[in-house]
Design a protein. Structure first.
Length: 745
């Protein structure tokens, strides 16, 4: 049966076909010097002395526990570094163990067996001669025959040998089975010296122990080694992997019949095998099955944590709503006067009506498009709460959104994680039902970005006498994490919702705001079909049908046109937002091209299969509370320290250091996905739109991208792609049962 391309696309990344223009070359020699070695990632830069080359060859790649003097046979590719010249990139290798007594003695004296000095090594070699290494590896008990070596020392020598060669044996096993050697460090970190034994005997343990990549590694190895494809452990791993993938796509559950169908077509699992696997996982309490919707035959399968979060949210919201509001009624004129006095802002009648209504509800939602006054209302609500002598807490789901909220309101803000005092070691929140937040009113900005698990923890930490106000644009993209929180809460109709429609300030004249609202309604924006020219505007559409030409125009806009006409920084102030990562106009390719043109600095490192230059614009990809840097934060690489294996990134004048093994936490950010741009604003945004993006061409994605621009928005690409995005107002429906739970009595 033919596999869908999505599955094999990931598999092919793990053992990609090498281009014919880069054939593998094999060289052999001994390690003369270790220039750099990272014990976490196993990334190595070393000098290899070969018989053919008078000058040692620089080798780079993943090499566990390299020791000077070792003989290696390496397969790889010759390449030229712009600063360091010719080097040999390692793809696979094998250690050539010494054969003569003298070579064995020198090898054992290299020091990898801690606590065993030259004298002990000499006695071992004298006793066993050329069989010394074989004895250490296969018959360690015989070492006790050597004078001065007891049972404990023999065990320690064997253990040291095993540890020294475990990573190498694992890497060789992965290479033989078509898995990239770069994954070996994660596997070794997870299982230690038993890693190879785990892969051989129970590969599907990886599916649970190593998120995302574990299943593919396990399945690749199982197929290569001839494991039985319908094995029960594989079936359970397939089901769990499917559920985790659905959660990553934003879903809370999957329909049971859908899961069975997908397991059959994606993984060739028999219907009954999938059924048994699901039942087994339900019995072990890893999954929950429950009827969803009105039809009792529509059964949904939930990962247990997501089920608990969704049920917990429903119970907590109903508990908060059952607690009556005891605030005094506030006169509209008094509200307007108080806000004018404190903030020097004159509210509209619509805003005054919303403000008055907010204080008569325990829970409330404020939604609306750009320029409709959401932030003004946040400031007004906070001012009134404080005037009543009560405490207000301002929060947002991301660091960028929290900082922007602080800048606009002038108040103290925090991310939701920081507000709840997230403990990264215990992966728990210190603020909870037993230790609730002290605020009387909690205001959450950018609420459309809050996913189900985070909302669950936030609601748990709000005491029953507090008020919660969620502010966000329901037409923007939903959260990156699972759930469709803001839309579900509005759709349930149990929480008072205020939709702001009137456009304020001078924004009613802004082409960006006008066109954002047009897109929101599915109408074609008013566009100038020209490049940036003498007649400047805030909004342009450059029609171009060829992807390569689109890339060239984007480069021209970033390097010359926009900086020239709008006097803004080409790196810090211009942000390219692409619907997709792959393809000619996807973020991956655009980042490579823009890095080359916007940052000619030759000081570059290649580590963890990424290329970073001094001065590069980069984005942090996941919350790191030890470093106090968060998902979506953008900065510039300020230092590359090869000696210590670190690079530093400047985030708004705050320097954060990364070990080379941690560089998978950052990525180039000249071009980013629209999802990653949520909660941020940029002076200028460029949005490529091509029909090759069809899978993600939704109206809310285009709307979200446009609303990121403050001074300039440029759409570039195909008129047909723009029309597709405007027409498609039905993005892939996220599977969630929160709204129906809330509507149940």
């Amino acid at each position: 049966m033919t596999q869908p391309c999505g599955y094999w696309a990931f598999i092919s990344k793990m053992h990609p076909q090498r281009p014919k223009s880069h054939p593998l070359t094999t060289i052999e020699g001994h390690l003369e010097k270790i220039t750099y070695y990272n014990a976490e990632s196993l990334y190595t830069i070393a000098k290899l002395k070969t018989e053919k080359n008078r000058i040692p060859v620089t080798i780079v790649g993943y090499l566990p526990q390299p020791n000077p003097g070792e003989t290696l046979r390496i397969s790889g590719i010759w390449e030229t570094h712009p600063r360091y010249g010719q080097q040999f990139r390692l793809v696979s290798y094998e250690v050539i163990l010494p054969a003569t007594v003298a070579e064995i003695k020198a090898y054992l004296e290299a020091g990898f067996i801690k606590g065993v000095g030259p004298k002990t090594v000499s006695r071992i070699v004298e006793h066993f001669k050329s069989k010394a290494l074989e004895i250490i590896e296969k018959k360690p008990e015989k070492l006790a025959e050597v004078k001065g070596i007891g049972k404990d020392t023999a065990t320690r020598i064997h253990k040291a040998w095993k540890e020294h060669h475990a990573a190498r044996a694992l890497m060789q096993f992965l290479q033989e089975n078509g898995v990239k050697a770069a994954w070996s460090s994660k596997i070794i970190k997870t299982y230690g010296v038993d890693a190879l034994e785990v892969l051989r005997n129970d590969p599907y343990r990886l599916a649970n122990d190593i998120p995302r990549i574990g299943f593919f590694i396990a399945d690749t190895i199982a197929r290569r080694t001839g494991a039985i494809l319908n094995d029960s452990e594989r079936a359970k791993a397939c089901v769990m992997h499917l559920l985790q993938n659905f959660a990553e796509a934003g879903n809370i559950f999957i329909y049971e019949d859908q899961a069975i169908y997908r397991c059959e077509h994606l993984f060739q699992l028999a219907w009954e095998d999938t059924r048994q696997a699901i039942q087994s996982l339900v019995e072990s309490k890893e999954l929950i099955i429950e009827a969803v919707g009105d039809d009792p035959n529509n059964r949904g399968i939930f990962l247990k944590p997501l089920y608990q979060a969704e049920v917990g949210i429903a119970h907590r919201l109903k508990a908060l709503l059952s607690n009556p509001v005891r605030d005094p009624e506030l006169d509209p004129d008094q509200l307007a006067s108080e806000v004018l006095k404190k903030l020097a802002i004159k509210l509209s009648s619509e805003q005054i009506g919303v403000l008055q209504g907010i204080f008569s509800h325990r829970l409330a939602i404020i939604t609306g498009g750009p320029g409709t006054g959401k932030t003004t209302l946040i400031r007004a609500i906070a001012a009134v709460v404080e005037a009543l002598g009560k405490k207000v807490l301002l929060t947002a789901p991301t660091g960028r959104a929290a900082r922007r909220l602080s800048q606009i309101t002038g108040g103290k803000t925090a991310t939701i994680h920081r507000l709840l005092r997230y403990n990264p070691i215990g992966k728990s929140f210190e603020r909870n039902q037993n230790n609730p937040l002290g605020g009387d009113t909690v205001i959450v900005d950018e609420a459309s970005m809050v996913d189900t698990p985070l909302m669950y923890h936030l609601l748990n930490a709000i005491w029953v006498g507090a008020s919660l106000i969620l502010v966000g644009d329901v037409f923007q993209l939903p959260s990156v994490g699972p759930g469709n929180m803001l839309a579900d809460l509005i759709g349930s109709k149990i929480i008072k919702t205020y939709e702001l429609k009137e456009i304020f300030r001078q924004t009613h004249e802004s082409p960006i705001v006008i066109n954002a609202h047009k897109v929101r309604r599915g109408e074609f924006p008013d566009i100038k079909k020209s490049a940036v020219g003498d007649e400047l505007s805030e909004f342009y559409f450059i029609e171009q049908n060829h992807p390569d030409t689109v890339v060239n125009i984007i480069v021209e806009l970033c390097t010359r046109k926009i900086p020239q006409y709008f006097a803004i920084d080409p790196v810090d102030d211009i942000q390219v937002l692409s619907p997709m990562h792959k393809g000619t106009v996807g973020t991956y390719n655009l980042n490579q091209v823009l890095q080359e043109t916007l940052n000619p600095n030759p000081d570059m490192i290649r580590v963890m299969e990424n290329r970073f230059k001094l001065g590069d614009k980069v984005m942090h990809l996941k919350n790191n509370y030890q470093k106090e840097v968060f998902n979506g934060d953008i900065g510039r690489i300020s230092e590359i320290d090869r000696k210590n294996g670190t690079l530093s990134v400047n985030y708004d004048d705050r320097i954060v250091s990364y070990d080379f093994s941690e560089t998978d936490e950052i990525a180039l950010a000249y071009a980013i996905s629209v999802h990653k741009s949520q909660g941020s604003e940029y002076p200028a945004v460029i949005i490529p739109l091509m029909t090759q993006h069809y899978a993600l061409l939704y109206r809310n994605l285009l709307y979200t991208a446009i609303t990121r621009g403050k001074k300039l928005v440029i759409l570039i690409g195909m008129h047909k792609a723009l029309a597709m995005a405007l027409k498609n107002d039905m993005p892939g429906q996220r599977l969630s049962s929160l709204a129906s739970r809330l509507m149940m009595s």
